[in-house]
Design a protein around this ligand. Sequence first.
Ligand SMILES: CC(=O)[C@@H](O)[C@H](O)COP(=O)(O)O
Ligand SMILES: NCC(=O)COP(=O)(O)O
Length: 237
Amino acid sequence: MTKLSVNVNKIATLRNSRGGNVPNLLKVAQDIEDFGAQGITIHPRPDERHIKYQDARDLKKVVQTEYNIEGNPIRSFIDLVLEVKPTQVTLVPDAVDAITSNAGWDTVKHKDFLKEVIDTFRNNGIRTSIFVDANIKMIEGAALTGADRIELYTESYAHEYAKGNKNGVTPFTEAAKVAYQLGLGLNAGHDLSLDNIKYFKENIPHLLEVSIGHALICESLYLGLENVVNMYLNKLK
Ligand SMILES: CC(=O)[C@@H](O)[C@H](O)COP(=O)(O)O
Ligand SMILES: NCC(=O)COP(=O)(O)O
């Protein structure tokens, strides 16, 4: 079964735009779980442009399904995750000023650093995942860090699919097979949408979790949040 983890960054973006607490991030997250989602994902960035560090602490008290915190493992992020102890932490090599995540880790170049960070989180009972491109060498490198899972960075798949090129899924199918052979659990995310998720799911073996935020929230503006969550769940069956 592939779990749907809804990234609620953009709920926080909307809330922050007026400085108050509308929409109420905690209530939206609880409602998303009530609608059937099997996880909540956040990505607290150093500038706190959307999710604030306090949101990460507050969500821990209300999330009943799987709680996934994504981010670049700078000291403050590591300390936050160790304090909150989510179900899963996903390490993402984002530059501080990146408009969004735009690359996977070079797990060969950063092997020692990643292994040290992974060990820290695993020793605290937190499942670990590394954000990587669908690149076999990077997946092999991720396995050497001791990570529990990888998250395939799916922007290139989404981009090609939008152009009508379904062959963009091929590297991801191959990557999924290698990850399974190496004993790595498989997650995926970034730019997945109602348009492209079903084809992705049909071509990716052993897919445990997809984390989806931007498209899902945008689609909900027209179709409603409960309806969209269930549309994704139906496409992931
Ligand atoms: C790692 C990943 O793909 C998501 O966390 C994405 O970065 C969402 O971040 P923004 O909502 O800031 O675009
Ligand atoms: N890890 C991907 C994620 O959490 C959401 O990415 P997106 O759907 O907002 O592009």
